[in-house]
Design a protein around this ligand. Structure first.
Ligand code: ADP
Ligand code: ZN
Length: 754
């Protein structure tokens, strides 16, 4: 395996200077003295004030700091070095998101423990000594030790079925001796030939094209460039070039099976692979599928890893030992020395947008990383984002289609249930047609899913006697009832309180009523109507937790659950072969005013949910309850004409120069002092430079004017495509000094308009 990244650097005699970037909010790199000339990317320990921090050699020092004031930075043991392409990516991203480069670097050094020296494990093997007495227990241990494998004391005791005391006795007599082992066992290597799928004709064609792009470097839409031809003619495989491909396949068409072939090809070519998934909850089934295809699980990277796992995976990626990493958006910053392929599954997912700290869109940044790494990227989706759709139709991206479900599965039938004509009892949410369909499904021994994009029991609690709504004191948001926990919770700041017995406002007793449904309430109604059915709730709720959600999904996959009632967490990616009915409880949620992507998002979400139905032998039915059955979004869902919908959206956005036909950037000001925040908004607006093709909107109060106790104001920059928005923002924001206590966040390409 390649260990170039860990090779010691050539030493030079005299000391040198280097510009070292620290993972801190500083304007740029600082000069340090280094004993040996270090390349860009070298990780060093650098003194800063009274502490020592990790830093990365970023380039030549500019010499501005006097020799006498220069401090010394030292390379780490083993000379770890971030790959050059990652350094370039960090710089690019810092510029694009208007973030100090050190802050972006901090994302790449988040596994700080990864750079600490190894702590070897201790194991025991057969030694030269012989024990004075050979008891049956001792014989069992010595027999076990015949295989030469090193084991811990506890391990030996367990495997030989003896007490640790017996093992210690053998150590004392020299019959077992101590050896040191590396801290981690090596990661298993995925085997590209382990269990290839038998692809259908369409999948084969798509897989073939993806594989071709990995080695022949047929980049761009015209693969017939002389350079590409020359490469293709050569015998040895040449690493690929940048190319972006939309793998556009209906739900259940086998996009995963198809891009797995590209992963296999990358492995054969000795390249590393990064696979991004939008949610951790999705990875469980994915890891198992991966293992079935490649013989072992891939390395994982997400926020739920323990510090030790983090350290292990980070080191393995850097050493080139981890060949395939599956991760959430933070995997973008891993130090792959040999990255040869990036996959972004469910590329349209909004979860790819990081909204805190460094604000970025992981899918867009993955395309940038692929460009810098000069490798192919595959974006997979059944409902591509409009941005990607436009890139595919314009020919900037390759476009591979899988128009049919694999095997005998057909696309589900989608019917709208118009709640204006179909009556539903007040306080209930499941219409008669939906109940009938549920009954029929259960009677057939099949599974169903009820979808509602609202966590908890009820989104609003109000006092019947005075009309007071229960709102969060730190956010201008309703408190959501969670009946199982008997609590009201704010989904923004995490505030929680027991459900009060009397109204906190008018003090009337037993007057608080739950308004509207959440998944818990739908589950309650379902249980009352179908007491025999096994139902489970899956929501992205912090109160249920990712493990519980994963357990619910597993139980559904094993048919230990008949009906899964869930939020958007169940909409994505899952494959439940016996699931034949999907009921969308309320399709009309979520259309937020002034959000150019609201319609697109509703369509994507409902289409994804619908796609869970009938993925195997038995046909699927989808019932969508709505009060807007004449809305084009609902029409497109029912008719299945996705491209007509996207074309319509494209035209609408083009008319108003919305993305991707124009650029947007949001500026959010927030602070505890409301007047100071509003004032800062006005000052900022007045300071905006006049520029051709740029319009400034606001300041206006944000949708949640108050969030986590902070007042929020927004400004929106709308610019023509040709405008360098980053340069404009720099010129503008450099002019203004914000009052202390007012924080500013810049969101380039905003997805959320809260
Ligand atoms: P998508 O990601 O497009 O929704 P999946 O890759 O999840 O589709 O495939 C849907 C189901 O069909 C999965 O259970 C998958 O294993 C199965 N499948 C797809 N293609 C094949 C194939 N060529 N051979 C066997 N099973 C397949
Ligand atoms: Zn709150």
């Amino acid at each position: 395996m390649n260990d170039a990244a860990l090779k010691p650097q050539t030493q030079t005699e005299h000391s040198a200077r280097a510009a070292v970037l620290l993972p801190l909010p500083l304007e740029g790199a600082y000069d340090y003295r280094v004993d040996v000339a270090l390349p860009r990317g070298a990780i060093v320990a650098a003194p800063l004030g009274s502490r020592t921090v990790l830093g990365v050699v970023w380039g030549e020092a500019d010499g501005a700091v006097a020799e006498t004031r220069l401090k010394s930075a030292a390379p780490l043991d083993g000379n770890p070095c971030l790959p050059a392409a990652l350094c370039e990516f960090i710089d690019w991203m810092a510029r694009y998101t208007l973030t100090p480069p050190g802050i972006v670097l901090a994302l790449a050094l988040r596994a700080r423990q990864a750079f600490e020296a190894e702590t070897p494990r201790v194991g025991f093997v057969r030694g030269a000594g012989t024990p004075a007495r050979l008891t049956p227990a001792r014989s069992r241990v010595l027999a076990l030790a015949e295989d030469g494998l090193a084991r811990s004391i506890a391990g030996i005791a367990e495997e030989a079925n003896v007490t640790p005391q017996v093992v210690r006795g053998l150590i004392d007599s020299g019959a077992l001796e101590k050896v040191s082992l590396p801290e981690f066992l090596p990661l298993p290597l995925p085997d590209p030939e382990f269990a290839p799928a038998l692809l259908n004709a369409e999948q084969q064609l798509a897989a073939h094209e993806l594989c071709a792009r990995l080695s022949t470097g047929t980049a761009g839409v015209s693969p017939a460039s002389p350079k590409a031809k020359k490469r293709a003619a050569g015998t040895a495989a040449v690493p690929g070039e940048f190319s972006a491909t939309l793998l556009d396949g209906v739900t259940g068409s086998g996009k995963t099976e198809t891009y797995f072939e590209a992963v296999a090809e990358a492995l054969r070519l000795n390249r590393q692979v990064m696979i991004l998934l939008p949610e951790i909850a999705l990875t469980v089934q994915f890891l198992e599928r991966f293992a079935a295809r490649f013989g072992c699980r891939p390395a994982e990277w997400h926020s739920d890893l323990s510090p030790k796992e983090r350290r292990r995976v980070y080191r393995a990626v850097l050493a080139g030992e981890a060949r395939v990493v599956v991760g959430a958006r933070s995997a973008l910053f891993l130090p792959f020395p040999e990255l040869g392929l990036i996959i972004v599954d469910e590329e349209h997912e909004q979860a790819y947008k990081q909204e805190d700290g460094v604000i970025y869109h992981a899918r867009d940044m993955a395309v940038v990383r692929a460009r810098i790494e000069n490798c192919p990227i595959v974006l997979a989706s059944a409902t591509p984002s409009l941005e990607t759709f436009v890139n595919a139709t314009s020919g900037r991206y390759h476009w591979l289609k899988l128009p049919r479900r694999h095997g005998r599965a057909v696309m589900p039938e989608i019917r709208l249930v118009d709640l204006r004509s179909v009556r539903v009892e007040p306080g209930t949410w499941l219409s008669q047609p939906l109940r009938d369909a549920l009954a029929a499904t259960l009677a057939n021994g099949e599974q169903a899913m009820l979808f509602l994009n609202r966590r908890g029991y009820a989104p609003l609690t109000l006092c019947e006697s005075c009309g007071q709504k229960m709102v969060c004191r730190s956010c201008s948001a309703w408190l959501v009832e969670h009946r199982y926990q008997r609590r009201l919770a704010c989904h923004h700041c995490g505030f929680e309180m027991p459900i009060p017995l009397k109204c906190p406002h008018c003090e009337a007793e037993k007057c608080l009523i739950a308004c509207g449904p959440g998944v818990e309430r739908v589950a309650e109604e379902f249980a009352a109507a179908f007491p025999q059915a096994r139902a489970a709730i899956a929501s992205s709720d912090t109160m249920h937790g990712p493990l519980e959600t994963q357990a619910a999904i597993r139980a559904m996959a094993k048919h230990e659950t008949d009906v899964l009632i869930g939020t958007q967490i169940v909409a994505k990616g899952h494959h439940f072969p016996r699931l034949t009915l999907v009921g969308v409880v309320d399709a009309d949620l979520g259309g937020s005013e002034g959000d150019p992507r609201a319609r697109e998002r509703t369509f994507q979400l409902l289409h994804q949910v619908a796609g869970r139905a009938g993925r195997a032998e038995r046909p699927g039915l989808v019932l969508i309850q709505t009060r807007n059955s004449d809305d084009p979004v609902m029409g497109a869902l029912a008719s299945g004409d996705r491209d007509a919908f996207l074309e319509q959206e494209r035209a609408a956005r083009e008319r108003v120069s919305a993305p991707p036909f124009g650029r947007l950037a949001a500026i959010i000001l927030a602070g505890a002092d409301g007047d100071a925040v509003r004032n800062a908004g006005r000052v900022l607006a007045r300071a905006a430079p006049k520029a051709r093709g740029v319009k400034i909107w606001g300041p206006t109060p944000a949708f949640y004017q108050l969030l986590r106790g902070r007042t929020r104001e927004r400004l929106l920059v709308q610019a023509e495509r040709s405008v360098d928005v980053q340069a404009y923002l720099h010129a503008w924001l450099d002019r203004v000094k914000l009052a202390t206590g007012v924080r500013m966040a810049v969101d380039v390409d905003p997805m959320s308009f809260f």
